[in-house]
Ligand binder design. Structure first.
Ligand SMILES: [Zn+2]
Length: 328
């Protein structure tokens, strides 16, 4: 455990659909202590109470008053209305409206702010990670879903409610064979996200002569039951040099390259960092085909594309960076 510097205490909250992670940090991004819990979904107000309780616990454990915390940054999967500090019909949290910043401010008497988790991650990378000092930079996550945070000419792009650049819903297949979780056809996330890779694999199995598929390790891994297929099965088979799986990983890589090319055409970054569980567990298999093919689909000069050095914690760094940027 690191000691708290005198520079000041900040709290970062990474709120997902299943887990809420809270970190106590100094302003240099040194994490002093972190706590992760399952999100309390018992009612719409329970999450803000949960955050306040964890903040109190962290302060008392390190023997200082809650008032000594300079601010709480909450990075959450949207949709949200940033200025009101609320989530609106969030994915995986079953309430139409989830108030976050106001109850935290009222309960703790300290300031708090909210940001989309990908926009926050871009700020985190810009303040603490690989994008320090860069004016034009994009963070892309390929995890359960696909999203991005963009900093253009030194400004983080947010949009009217804070839900800007939903790049997971960029169309990458005009044929639209697969339907995205949002209900629309042909979206990047509908093919390449952890949640939807199994749909892509099942579709390609149907399209492929059965003789070629039968030899594949993929079917063996799930005992022939394709309903059990997860994204991890595809990458595990590919790592064992299964030719059908390698072919599909490369196809998904080309689709990712199209998504990246669209991002590059839109924001013209000088660096893209990539995170998300699918990426972090399969770094080379995700990045290699993107780097190889992205130039075929964008007219802009292709930037450096690297794995985020902040790893799984990019959301937490983003929450801390957001608090420092907006509440200092
Ligand atoms: Zn979609």
């Amino acid at each position: 455990m690191k000691n708290l510097s005198k520079a000041g205490h900040w709290i970062g909250v990474d709120l997902g659909g299943t887990w809420v992670r809270v970190v106590l940090s100094d302003e240099k991004g040194n994490f002093v202590e972190r706590i992760g819990e399952k999100v309390d979904k018992s009612n719409a107000e329970a999450i803000s109470k949960q955050i306040a309780r964890i903040v109190r616990f962290l302060c008392s454990k390190h023997d200082f008053q809650v008032k000594a915390v300079k601010g709480v940054g909450i990075a959450a999967t949207g949709p949200l209305i940033q200025v009101e500090g609320v989530l609106i019909k969030p994915t995986n949290i079953p309430f139409d409206l989830v108030p976050l910043t106001k109850p935290v401010i009222e309960e703790l008497g300290i300031s708090a702010c909210l940001i989309n988790d990908c926009a926050g991650a871009a700020l985190g990378e810009n303040m603490f990670g690989a994008a320090r000092g860069l004016e034009n930079f994009v963070f892309i996550t390929i995890g359960t879903g696909i999203g991005c945070g963009a900093i253009v000419n030194g400004t983080v792009l947010l949009g009217k409610d804070g839900n800007g650049h939903e790049v997971g819903h960029f169309v990458i297949d005009a044929g639209g064979k697969l339907i995205c979780g949002c209900g629309k056809p042909g979206h990047w996330e509908g093919y390449c996200s952890g949640r939807n890779i199994p749909n892509y694999v099942r579709m390609r199995i149907k399209e492929t002569p059965q003789e070629a598929v039968k030899q594949s390790l993929l079917l063996k891994r799930v005992g022939g039951d394709l309903s059990k297929l997860a994204a991890a099965d595809l990458f595990a088979s590919a790592k064992e040099r299964d030719s059908f799986s390698l072919k599909l990983v490369n196809e998904l890589g080309v689709l990712n390259a199209i998504g990246f090319a669209n991002v590059i055409s839109a924001y013209d970054p000088s660096l893209i960092t990539v995170g998300g569980t699918v990426t972090l567990k399969n770094k080379r298999m995700i990045l290699s085909p993107i780097r190889k093919h992205v130039g075929e689909y964008t007219v802009n000069r292709v930037p450096r594309i690297v794995i985020t050095p902040l790893g799984d914690d990019v959301g937490l760094y983003g929450a801390v960076a957001t608090a420092i940027k907006y509440l200092s």
